[in-house]
Ligand binder design. Structure first.
Ligand code: ATP
Ligand code: ATP
Ligand code: CA
Length: 219
């Protein structure tokens, strides 16, 4: 199912940036907030904006919330409002409901309500930054499972000018480079003769241990 139309409840920092990015990507976004100032700020940016209390069923019904493919509840501090707005979107039949949680308990409540996706922005960003702080070459990563990760790493000085064959990454550490992002373009599935340069970014796949050992070898 392709999602085209989004309704965002709560235009705080999270909701407003989500809305701006969806617009930039070419999607339609209705923004709802009870704070007139927040709505004003985004009135020229989002497709539609309204000042309303999203915990009132009539409000969500009258804006046709049920016609939206995806509803995002981006209210944080007022947990009661977050829960009420979420249940209303679900009851109206919005196909996919996503909600932001500010605490573990808040997230557990949302989970029990059958929310399709729960986002913990502060927790997840904290975890991500911790990984990046302890691994200076780590630019970004995706955890594929508890064991496997895809990591985007800056090429260390000690590997600059060397081919993958010289580095013998797979032989030494067991992990593989799936892509090298060079300023002049991306090399997908690089081979032994492809050469790394300091300004490149390499995309590695492997177990967490393999990727960690590889990074520990950087001088
Ligand atoms: P952020 O961190 O994204 O800035 P936050 O976690 O601090 O947000 P809040 O400030 O509580 O969360 O809420 C985000 C927005 O949701 C605010 O602009 C607030 O006005 C709006 N909001 C809160 N309750 C409701 C409600 N019942 N109906 C509509 N909007 C609401
Ligand atoms: P392998 O069975 O490990 O692919 P191979 O004998 O087929 O090795 P080549 O494909 O020529 O040899 O590669 C030589 C070495 O270069 C590999 O053993 C590996 O260490 C390294 N190498 C080549 N391509 C990659 C890659 N995409 N990611 C990581 N290492 C690579
Ligand atoms: Ca906040």
């Amino acid at each position: 199912m392709k999602l085209n139309q989004f309704v965002i409840i709560g235009l705080g920092r999270f909701g407003s940036n989500l809305g701006r990015e969806l617009i930039r990507l070419g999607y339609e976004v209705l923004g709802v907030d009870r704070d007139e100032e927040k709505v004003q700020e985004l009135s020229g940016v989002l497709t539609h904006t309204i000042v309303a209390d999203a915990t009132e069923e009539e409000v969500l019904r009258s804006v046709g919330a049920r016609n939206f493919d995806c509803g995002v509840v981006a209210i944080g501090d007022d947990i009661q409002a977050s829960i009420l707005a979420t249940i209303l979107l679900k009851e109206l039949g919005v196909k996919k409901v996503v909600a932001k949680a500010v605490s573990d308990l808040h997230g557990r409540v949302l989970e029990r309500m059958g929310v399709d996706r729960i986002i913990y922005p502060e927790r997840d960003m904290g975890i991500r930054v911790a990984h990046q702080l302890v691994s200076p070459n780590l630019l970004d990563y995706i955890e594929l499972s508890r064991k496997y990760t895809i990591a985007e790493l800056a090429v260390p000085r000690c590997w600059s000018g060397k081919s993958l064959g010289d580095v013998d990454l797979r032989g030494k550490f067991g992990c593989s480079i799936v892509a090298i992002n060079k300023p002049q373009g991306m090399i997908i599935a690089p081979a032994a003769q492809d050469v790394l340069a300091q300004e490149d970014v390499m995309v590695l796949i492997g177990t967490n241990d393999q990727i960690e050992q590889c990074q520990e070898s950087f001088q």
